[in-house]
Design a protein around this ligand. Sequence first.
Ligand SMILES: Nc1ncnc2c1ncn2[C@@H]1O[C@H](COP(=O)(O)O)[C@@H](OP(=O)(O)O)[C@H]1O
Ligand SMILES: C[C@]12CC[C@@H]3c4ccc(OS(=O)(=O)O)cc4CC[C@H]3[C@@H]1CC[C@@H]2O
Length: 325
Amino acid sequence: MSSSSVPAYLGDEDLTQETRDLISSLAKEKGWLVSEMYQYQGRWHTQALLQGILICQKRFEAKDSDIILVTNPKSGTTWLKALVYALLNRHKFPVSSSGNHPLLVTNPHLLVPFLEGVYYESPDFAFSGLPSPRLMNTHISHPSLPESVKSSSCKIVYCCRNPKDMFVSLWHFGKKLAPEETAAYPIEKAVKAFCEGKFIGGPFWDHILEYWYASRENPNKVLFVTYEDLKKQTGAEMKRIAEFLGCGFIEEGEVRDIVKLCSFESLSNLEVNRQGKLPNGMETKTFFRKGEIGGWRDTLSESLAAEIDRTIEEKFHGSGLIFSS
Ligand SMILES: Nc1ncnc2c1ncn2[C@@H]1O[C@H](COP(=O)(O)O)[C@@H](OP(=O)(O)O)[C@H]1O
Ligand SMILES: C[C@]12CC[C@@H]3c4ccc(OS(=O)(=O)O)cc4CC[C@H]3[C@@H]1CC[C@@H]2O
């Protein structure tokens, strides 16, 4: 990859010998954005994110008080980070006297660390130094989570999104992230790869279903929310998240203020989210595009939408999970 906006952890520099040895034994495919992606524990990864996951699996020690936000890419990660950060810090940083709220001057990705990204960039990063309760996010699949995440009483909030909107969001994100690499790539090919599961973090259906069943088996451990419900009833979903996390009583005014501060209109118009880059090289504005439900209609032809619908029907049939659009 050559574009300047491409983050460090999409590259293949700084790989340890251990990662190189493992990679040499893994199935390999050419990706849409990356020239090589590797299949590890059933999922496709860039070399850098794979190394981040390996280090995370080895080193991350979950605490009972931890909160981990889990998503597939482009399913509402940035928004969920902002909402939960504002919720947990509502006494320290009241949103009503909001002139100096951290979210007004800091991109949500800098307030909530991305586990495998941080472990790739800074393998010795001291997660133990984060204030309690520690709030972090990951795209790691349920079976691949570090053992301590599964065995401790830490809480997981999983947010999923209608796969058609998720794909379309990824499509535009990829084009912004690496315009040269993606310019000549046909959307038909990308939809095919997405439906075959050969996309970073994919297959998307395994990711969603594993957390879906985990939330049904252990509702005190995993809370399952959707981008669509968050969009339609942000306040009610935020209260559900707050109750799950044991945040205690929240006044209606506080809920309203947090919902407003974290809305697409509010966050996407802040200077900090319009200009500038994260330290990893990604432009902050790439995380905000339309922020709508059903926006896939502007990008997908009927036949491409039908191709994704067929995959959804095949993979989610009988699961009880229904995507609204
Ligand atoms: N505050 C917010 N409210 C609603 N959607 C938001 C949001 N912030 C970002 N998004 C949307 O969430 C998607 C990015 O997901 P992620 O944060 O997981 O990378 C993008 O979707 P679109 O590309 O459909 O607009 C982005 O616009
Ligand atoms: C994880 C990430 C969002 C997804 C980005 C991504 C999406 C699709 C890709 O296509 S393919 O090469 O697998 O065919 C590649 C990538 C690589 C970067 C991914 C982003 C890094 C941080 C974002 O949350």
